[in-house]
Ligand binder design. Sequence first.
Ligand SMILES: [Zn+2]
Length: 272
Amino acid sequence: MRSKDLLCLVLMAGTLLAQPLRLETMQGKTVMLFTPHPDDDTFCCGGTLALLAKNQNRIHIVIYTNDDKGSYDPEMTSERLARIRKAEEEEACRILGIPKENILWLQYHDGMLEYANPRDLVEQVTGLIRKYRPDAVLSIDPGSENVRWHKTDHRMAAMNTIDAIRAAEWHLYFPNQRLHQGLEPWKVPAEFFYYVTPKEANYFVNIDSVVETKLSAALAHVSQFPPAVERYRPDWDLARLEKMKAALRARAPKRDGHYVEAFRAASGFSEQ
Ligand SMILES: [Zn+2]
């Protein structure tokens, strides 16, 4: 082979390698999703998660809070609600193809994440990123208007995760993790931020093939929908379930006639 041909091949290979990671086609990779509550992962990215699971990727769901406040039922207690929410999340993940062993609960109380010690929180998540060494991280968008105006846990989870992504690649941040736990630095190659506003989204996943799976997973969060949110019951009335599913389907975001999930894709600290 002539040296010019070889050079062309090397350049082509370099271009291919530089292609940004596509969530729809990645296989056998490790993905971490950080979510403020046990349901934001389903609502934002259930279709994408189902596709990732189908393609034999290892998915780790990290849930900041135990969601122990979201009920209007006067009989409900925080402890009971946390147990209910855990079971509902496990069922939603099962539907999406993610085993419950892959769910990590950080167990902060609902609505209280912003009052956790920020240094401890970023250290904790930095350690998880160094442990699992994900090829891609999905997290709530730190630049979105949704974060500025949404509830406390969403703001904190968005900022904390991006701060931990930054810290994880530098060995001088939290060097105790390397010394005592053998956790080496890890640079996250690709980030996909969800709950992004339409004008800020730059990446769309076609979820046509798994939209019904996503809706079923969303409706596994029974306690978060009426009537269970007002007076808890563990199951759906079948007619009501179908009605709610139809309502969610009608509201599901579409682009060019296809069901999609929208993200802000980024690598390093810059948008793609
Ligand atoms: Zn939430």
